[in-house]
Design a protein around this ligand. Structure first.
Ligand SMILES: Cc1cc2nc3c(=O)[nH]c(=O)nc-3n(C[C@H](O)[C@H](O)[C@H](O)COP(=O)(O)OP(=O)(O)OC[C@H]3O[C@@H](n4cnc5c(N)ncnc54)[C@H](O)[C@@H]3O)c2cc1C
Length: 441
């Protein structure tokens, strides 16, 4: 069986290793220059609060040990043709159009594999790279650091992060044609820099596809009343993960973007754009726990820090309830039931001022803090740019869960917002489905 996995986040990585470890061939493609997806950008993850390297490293080792997995980074699907699911439908004629019509419809044989064209974008650094960093030393051009949501800059010759897989530098396309590019190439003692690399196409045939292209943070600039993008000390929850991370823009020190001072009083604004018909009508299921987790970052970092969490409902299901109770019992943490109406800014201090109604006491609350964190939800990835074919989506724009007639199995947050544990469980199940789909031929 040959299976393609699209998306190298935790869902895609899990599906890939599960498929390969039962003896099937896997091609895993990822559009970024590194694997790990959003998990690689976390500081720690609940419920255990371990660093992301914890789970990812084990999986990277499983990938390295397994010759059946081929990994391509900077890679995207350009075209898919053929339909793997036809045979399954033909076996149930009562529920499906007649066989002749099916074959004619699809212009081919019912048990054809899927033909996939993959675009490989140039990294301009080949496998001889030892990650010594001499190219970055020689490079003067700086670009916004996407890993850190643009909160700092990196050299245009960069290692995505120190645990990156593959452990290989990459040249940003903006460096090409500049003197910097030549300086990088000259500085490399291993002839690892190849400025002539061009995009390539890879044509493969597979029996089924696991689609794991994940989620994206909701665009907080659309929340006019909350000041993101206007006030520097209003950030989002994903930015908070990077601020707290030892490999983040401040080396893990949770500081105000405006002046670099330690953030000692912090407000979390739950459901920022979530459960709101003007934005994301659904609950992303992880934002409450993400804010509770981020509260522990602050409280551990500075014993004098104070946290205020404004919420509609706190959702901490199952055993996560204990974690919620632990954070709630901290006397420096105050939870206020009430949706934040607006955030303004004191222009003299650049302190965000958060206004809400405490619906338990009925009082209007106005608090000035060092930093406000918007707990924005998980939005679907724009499928039109992800999938080179028409697919069904649910009412919220997430990919429909059952595409099995196409031979494609969506998994993880491309299907719905979920935490890592659920994504991993689903990925394991999708791996089996993808294998079964091929085995039915
Ligand atoms: C603030 C915040 C904190 C969180 N903290 C936790 C936590 O502590 N614990 C927890 O369990 N969960 C947490 N989560 C949820 C967690 O981030 C998700 O469960 C996890 O990212 C799901 O992984 P995924 O692989 O499905 O998606 P992603 O992590 O989004 O990975 C998808 C991958 O696909 C790639 N991709 C996208 N499009 C393409 C394409 N066209 N071609 C190729 N590749 C593509 C992406 O680059 C990415 O690498 C948090 C979420 C938020 C918002």
């Amino acid at each position: 069986m040959r299976i393609l996995v699209v998306g190298g986040g935790i869902s895609g990585i899990t599906a890939a290793v599960e498929v390969a470890e039962v003896g099937h061939e896997v091609t895993l493609i990822e559009k970024n220059p590194y694997l790990g997806g959003m998990v690689a950008r976390m500081n720690r993850y609940f419920p255990k609060l371990c660093p992301p390297s914890c789970g990812l490293e084990i999986n990277f080792k499983r990938i390295q040990r397994n010759k059946r997995i081929r990994v391509y980074t900077l890679a995207e699907v350009e075209r898919i043709s053929g339909r793997a699911g036809d045979l399954e439908q033909i076996r149930k004629p009562s529920q499906n159009p007649p066989l002749a019509e099916k074959i004619e419809d699809k212009g081919g044989f019912p048990d054809r594999p899927l033909d996939v064209t993959i675009r490989l974008n140039p990294r301009h650094v080949n496998e001889k790279c030892t990650a010594c960093g001499q190219c970055a030393e020689a490079c003067s051009l700086e670009i916004p650091n996407e890993l850190n949501y643009g909160m700092d800059k990196i050299k245009a010759a960069y290692l995505p992060h120190e645990m990156a897989f593959p452990m290989r530098y990459v040249l940003d396309p903006r460096i090409l044609g500049t003197d910097d590019a030549h300086r990088c190439a000259q500085a490399c003692a291993y002839q690892a820099i190849d400025l002539s690399m061009q995009p390539k196409r890879l044509e493969i045939q597979v029996d089924s596809i696991v689609w794991a292209t994940g989620w994206q943070p909701y665009d907080a600039t659309r929340l006019d009343n909350l000041g993101f993008g206007r006030y520097p000390n209003v950030i989002t929850n994903v930015m908070m993960e990077r601020l707290a991370a030892p490999n983040g823009p401040t080396g893990g020190r949770i500081a105000r973007p405006s002046d670099g001072k330690a953030a000692l009083s912090v407000a979390f604004v739950q459901c920022a754009g979530s459960r709101d018909t003007n934005h994301l009508p659904y609950c992303s299921a992880v934002c409450c726990l993400a804010s509770l987790k981020q509260t522990t970052y602050l409280r551990e970092q500075n014993p004098d820090s104070r946290v205020r969490i404004f919420y509609i409902d706190v959702r901490a299901p199952g055993r996560l309830e204990e974690f919620y109770a632990k954070v709630k019992n901290d006397e420096k943490v105050k939870l206020t039931k009430g949706k934040v109406a607006r955030i303004t800014e004191d222009p003299a201090t650049r302190d965000p001022v958060v206004e809400a109604e405490d619906i338990v006491s009925g009082e209007r609350v106005r608090v000035r803090v060092d930093l406000a964190v918007l707990a924005t939800g998980m939005a679907p990835t724009p499928l039109k740019s992800q999938m080179p074919m028409e697919v069904r989506c649910d009412e919220n724009g997430f990919i429909a869960s059952d595409l099995s007639e196409t031979g494609i199995y969506p998994v993880g947050c491309v299907r719905r917002p979920s935490d890592v544990a659920s994504s991993v469980r689903e990925a394991t199940a999708a791996a089996l489905k993808a294998i079964q789909s091929g085995a039915r031929k």
